[in-house]
Write a protein that binds this ligand. Structure first.
Ligand code: NI
Length: 176
C-alpha cells in the first residue's frame, strides 16, 4: 500500500503506529520526497516544534523540525544517529502532537551529537543547541518512545484524565 501524502494525518495516542519499529529510508525514494514536505506542512499546521514519521503512520527513521534560522522553514532529518554527550541534565516541559493536552517534565542531557541525511541525501549535523531537546524528543519517536513513558508520579496524576480521554476517543472511533 502506497500512502497518499495528502491523506496523511497526525495519529493520536494510543495508535499502535506510534510504537512500531522503524527502518532507514532511501532519501532518493520518490515517496520519501513526497512525504517529508507533507510532514513539514502538518507540523506547521499543528503549530508543532517537530514531527516524526511514526506519528503519521510511517515506520521510517525520519523526523522534521523547525529551522531555527527561518521560522517559515523546516529541516528534515533522515536516518539520524543520536549520541548523548556527557553534559548537565536539564528538566523541561514537553508536549507532543500525538498527545494533545498532555505535558511531561522530561530530563535530558543538554548536549548531543546528531548526524543525519537531509532530503537531498547530503550528510547533515545538528549544531544548533535550541534544537537539542526537540531532536531528542523526535528521536524517541523513532524508538517507539513517548513522553508518557517518562512520567513521574506527579505527571501521572496530572495527566491521568487526558490520557483516559485519548484512550476513550480511540475506542469510540473504532466502534463507529
Ligand atoms: Ni512527539
Amino acid at each position: 500500500m502506497t500512502p497518499d501524502p495528502a491523506q496523511l494525518q497526525i495519529l493520536m495516542y494510543p495508535d499502535p503506529a506510534l510504537r512500531a519499529q522503524t527502518a532507514p529510508v532511501d532519501p532518493s525514494d520518490p515517496l520519501v520526497q513526497a512525504i517529508v514536505p507533507r510532514m513539514m506542512e502538518l507540523m506547521f499546521q499543528s503549530n508543532g516544534a517537530g514531527l516524526a514519521a511514526p506519528q503519521v503512520g510511517l515506520p521510517w527513521r525520519v523526523f522534521v523540525t523547525r529551522d531555527p534560522e527561518n521560522e517559515e522553514k523546516a529541516l528534515a532529518w533522515l536516518n539520524p544517529e543520536l549520541e548523548l554527550l556527557d553534559s548537565p541534565i536539564e528538566c523541561d516541559h514537553e508536549g507532543c502532537l500525538s498527545l494533545p493536552g498532555i505535558t511531561v517534565e522530561v530530563r535530558r542531557p543538554m548536549h548531543i551529537r546528531l548526524a543525519a541525511q537531509s532530503l537531498d541525501g547530503a550528510p547533515v549535523e545538528c549544531t544548533d543547541e535550541s534544537l537539542f531537546r526537540v531532536i531528542q524528543h523526535e528521536y524517541d519517536h523513532l524508538e517507539g518512545v513517548l513522553i508518557i513513558d517518562k512520567m513521574s508520579t506527579m505527571d501521572r496524576i496530572r495527566n491521568r484524565k487526558m490520557i483516559k480521554q485519548l484512550k476513550t476517543a480511540a475506542r469510540n472511533s473504532k466502534t463507529e
